[in-house]
Design a protein around this ligand. Structure first.
Ligand code: AMP
Length: 282
């Protein structure tokens, strides 16, 4: 497994792979089984697999956790070696954003401006900017993103479509802990009590999903179920939304594919999660 710390090393390696299919998994490191699901999917679909590990300062707000975001490069490299990854790109900040860097990629519209976009001003600008640069550097045929960050998937799909980037975006289902909590590098912030309480969040989502599968199509009924299930738990809901998967507008009735999305706080830790609502599913 090659480890490239610079753009020049990455470019040199990439030039040697001409004619081979490349799958790319961008991450911020501190890897868990959710990341590895993306890597495994990339491994079976491509001749070469590239993983980036870069905690992107541009996508953190000034009051957010950039400084204390968990990092463990040696452990990450061992996990990726075991998955048969071909190249890890782990650049320093000055390598990704050299002096004079002055370009920002801005996706507009509900998909980048509602929910996470509203709660975290600048977040999707940071995501779109780093993803555009990474895709241009790695030049993959396919890039893998987790549904865990559903809005990010839709922002990246918009970006790739609008800039006509020659890459297929492959979304991968959310990987969960045995109690249902979506795996996340940020789960390490939870103390044991909070960690146990956090499972109320997926339970509330799954209660609403069951209701949907039993035929409920009124978005407000689904949102109410989530609110009611979390009332009286330590999980403080920030938003619950039923958003159309195409327009990303709030919907009243789920007649087309949608997402039930939540953000919530447990102590000082902010969690996001979602489940797909597909009226065509059996
Ligand atoms: P991050 O390191 O948090 O930026 O995540 C890197 C990629 O892994 C993103 O595409 C995430 O959506 C994806 N990811 C993170 N957690 C999970 C999970 N529990 N299941 C599936 N994908 C995930």
């Amino acid at each position: 497994m090659h480890v490239a710390r610079t753009v020049a090393e990455l470019r040199r390696w990439r030039a040697e792979q001409a004619g081979r299919s490349v799958g790319f998994v961008p991450t911020m490191g501190y890897l868990h089984d959710g990341h590895l699901a993306l890597v495994r999917r990339a491994r079976v679909e491509n001749e070469r697999v590239v993983v980036s590990i870069f905690v992107n300062p541009l996508q953190f707000g000034p009051e957010e956790d950039y400084e204390r975001y968990p990092r463990d490069l040696e452990r990450d490299l061992a996990l990726l070696r075991a998955e048969g990854v071909d190249l890890v790109f782990a650049p320093a900040v000055a390598e990704m954003y050299p002096p004079g860097f002055a370009t920002t990629v801005v996706v507009r519209g509900p998909v980048a401006e509602r929910l996470e976009g509203a709660a975290r001003p600048g977040h999707f600008r940071g995501v779109a900017t780093v993803v555009a640069r990474l895709l241009n550097l790695v030049q993959p045929q396919r890039a893998y993103f987790g549904w865990k960050d559903a809005q990010q998937v839709l922002v990246v799909q918009r970006l790739v479509s609008d800039l006509a980037l020659p890459v297929a975006i492959v979304p991968v289902p959310t990987v969960r802990e045995p109690d249902g909590l979506a795996m996340s590098s940020r789960n390490v912030y939870l103390d044991p009590e909070e960690r146990q309480a956090a499972a109320a969040l997926p339970r509330a989502l799954f209660a609403a999903l069951e209701q949907f599968q039993a035929g409920e199509r009124a978005a407000e009924a689904l949102r109410r179920t989530v609110r009611e299930r979390l009332a009286g738990t330590p999980v403080r809901l920030e938003y619950v939304s039923v958003s159309d998967r195409e327009s990303f507008e709030e919907v009243e009735r789920v007649e087309r594919p949608a997402l039930l999305l939540v953000a919530a706080w447990v102590g000082t830790t902010r969690l996001i999660d979602n489940v797909p609502l597909d009226p065509a599913a059996p």
